[in-house]
Design a protein around this ligand. Structure first.
Ligand SMILES: Cc1cc2nc3c(=O)[nH]c(=O)nc-3n(C[C@H](O)[C@H](O)[C@H](O)COP(=O)(O)OP(=O)(O)OC[C@H]3O[C@@H](n4cnc5c(N)ncnc54)[C@H](O)[C@@H]3O)c2cc1C
Length: 208
């Protein structure tokens, strides 16, 4: 039997982790909750990132929670801290800041991640970005200001949204995908086919 208040550790403060923390607090006013993220922000809406990239909304509209929200609920939000190890025998979470957080229950809500581009020649090349986080989005926006052209790589809907971000800023964008997924959106986009490059945006104004 535990003689202390229950200790919860949650890895990841996306919608999953933050909602879990909120409900834990509602159901147990005495427990301790550590909510860990390697990002710098409280919960924001990842789904809104394409609209932020496209300039449809401002950063403030992307945010869902602020730091005060966590303080009011006594949820220890630990930002810019990467979980590097979980010792399940000892029930301890280890971070890159040297913290060791013991837990009674652990939730891994670390979400999904994009792998870096791993094709020959890509390693070490500047200005190849993933489009997953708020910081990724800010970096891409900043870089776009100095760019004339862009290449979106990937067949998912998100890469089309990325192309839209370039298009609204009148940048020439090509989209490259390895499958036929592009054909799912024939009314909205040009074709996209295995191994080919689709001239996507800003048609008629070739940059070359
Ligand atoms: C650009 C974009 C557009 C999207 N659009 C849609 C859409 O239109 N509709 C839809 O349904 N879904 C969409 N998604 C997917 C949706 O955002 C995810 O399904 C959702 O965010 C998952 O929430 P989550 O809380 O499980 O994980 P996440 O939101 O991924 O949060 C996980 C958090 O854990 C952190 N983390 C991971 N590992 C560690 C670690 N070791 N230490 C500390 N922290 C860690 C991450 O940094 C992240 O902050 C989109 C995703 C992206 C990137």
């Amino acid at each position: 039997m535990t003689t202390h208040d229950k200790r919860y550790v949650i890895i990841g403060n996306g919608i999953t982790g933050t909602t879990a923390a909120e409900n834990l607090r509602k159901n147990d006013p005495a427990c301790t909750i550590h909510l860990l993220t390697n990002e710098a922000y409280p919960l924001y809406n990842r789904v809104s990132l394409p609209r932020f990239l496209q300039g449809v909304i401002v950063e403030q509209k992307v945010m869902i929670r602020d730091f005060a929200w966590h303080e009011q609920r006594n949820i220890q939000l630990v930002t810019e801290t990467l979980v590097t190890d979980v010792n399940t025998d000892e029930r301890v979470v280890v971070t890159d800041k040297g913290q060791q957080l013991p837990y009674d229950a652990l939730l891994v809500a670390s979400g999904g991640w994009a792998n870096p581009l791993q094709v020959p020649g890509a390693k070490g090349v500047q200005h190849i970005y993933n489009f997953v986080t708020l910081d990724d989005t800010k970096t891409i926006i900043e870089r776009m200001l100095d760019s004339r052209t862009a290449l979106a790589y990937g067949g998912s809907f998100i890469s089309y949204e990325l192309c839209d971000g370039f298009a609204v800023r009148k940048k020439w964008c090509s989209k490259l995908c390895e499958d036929k997924e592009g054909a799912h959106y024939p009314d909205r986009y040009d074709w996209c086919w295995s191994g080919y490059c689709t001239e996507y945006s800003y048609p008629g104004q070739y940059p070359y």
